[in-house]
Design a binder for this molecule. Structure first.
Ligand SMILES: CC(C)(COP(=O)(O)OP(=O)(O)OC[C@H]1O[C@@H](n2cnc3c(N)ncnc32)[C@H](O)[C@@H]1OP(=O)(O)O)[C@@H](O)C(=O)NCCC(=O)NCCS
Length: 241
């Protein structure tokens, strides 16, 4: 919109350094603590290594998500499309305080989980994905990011929503998560209901959810053997859903 200035001005055009615009578009980071590498023994005997996503991982993950978003089965398409945007959002710095965990078995990428902090009190769960099925990979990944938000970062509340039956079964039902009133409160993923865990429900029972269901807990001292086996990440050869 152009309006005639109400006073005489020294210059009638200003140039703007785009780095100043960037300063406005990027949110100042909260400096979240680092995720400590973990290993997790799945019920089927395989060991999954859970680590943070790095900048180097981004191109291959984006390429892989292009395949995932073409698969309609079990809602992999909508979740894949959103995860693509979220990974790109990390790269382009258009996500406020994100955290992204990857699950690897013998170097193969099998699990994904991410979230972000709205503020110091509230952390949002974004997405969980399993690419090796029937092993409860997704359950371990969802637990890992919940643990990070509530146990490591000490958020007061952890807000999730579910876009698929398997997602709802995994964390809505199995964690017996209550919901906030809807439509007054809406999750940023499409305005769906917000399911939540808070420090009370976490400490009272849900901290033990993964060990209770699977019988094992995360080990934050992965062996050298596990680290070595997962030093180089590769994408699955094909999408077997
Ligand atoms: C939701 C998700 C993370 C759950 O993780 P998970 O339990 O490790 O995932 P799986 O898909 O391997 O298994 C879930 C269920 O799907 C069914 N299933 C999966 N593969 C199957 C197959 N080949 N044959 C029959 N049933 C199958 C089973 O009921 C299985 O439960 P079970 O392992 O207790 O038998 C995972 O299903 C997923 O990535 N889905 C697509 C993305 C998504 O919906 N994410 C959540 C967004 S809210």
């Amino acid at each position: 919109m152009k309006i005639t200035p109400p006073v005489p001005v020294s210059v009638d055009k200003m140039t703007i350094d785009v780095s100043e615009i960037e300063g406005l578009l990027q949110a100042p980071p909260m400096n979240l603590p680092a995720w400590q590498d973990a290993s997790f023994l799945l019920g089927d005997g395989r060991t999954m290594f859970i680590r943070s996503m790095t900048d180097q991982d981004v191109p291959m993950l984006l390429d892989f998500m292009k395949l995932v978003m073409q698969e309609e089965k079990d809602f992999y398409d909508i979740v894949g499309a959103r995860v693509y945007a979220e990974i790109l959002g990390v790269k382009r710095k258009r996500l406020k305080d994100p955290f992204t965990l990857l699950g690897l078995i013998d170097g193969e990428f099998v699990g994904f989980a991410n979230g972000r902090f709205m503020n110091k009190e509230i952390a949002l769960s974004l997405h969980t994905m399993a690419f090796s099925r029937r092993g409860k990979v997704g359950w371990a990944m969802y637990y890992a990011k919940t643990y990070y938000a509530l146990e490591v970062c000490k958020a007061n509340q952890w807000w999730s929503t579910f876009e698929s039956y398997n997602g709802w079964r995994m964390a809505g039902l199995a964690m017996a998560q209550p919901t906030l009133p809807w439509p007054e409160y809406q999750h940023e993923l499409g305005g769906a209901k917000i399911y939540y865990v808070n420090q009370d429900s976490w400490n009272a029972s849900l901290k033990g959810w993964l060990p209770n269901y699977i019988g094992n807990d995360m080990d934050f001292n992965p062996t050298d053997e596990v680290r070595k086996a997962n030093e180089v990440m590769r994408m699955p050869d094909k999408l077997e859903l």
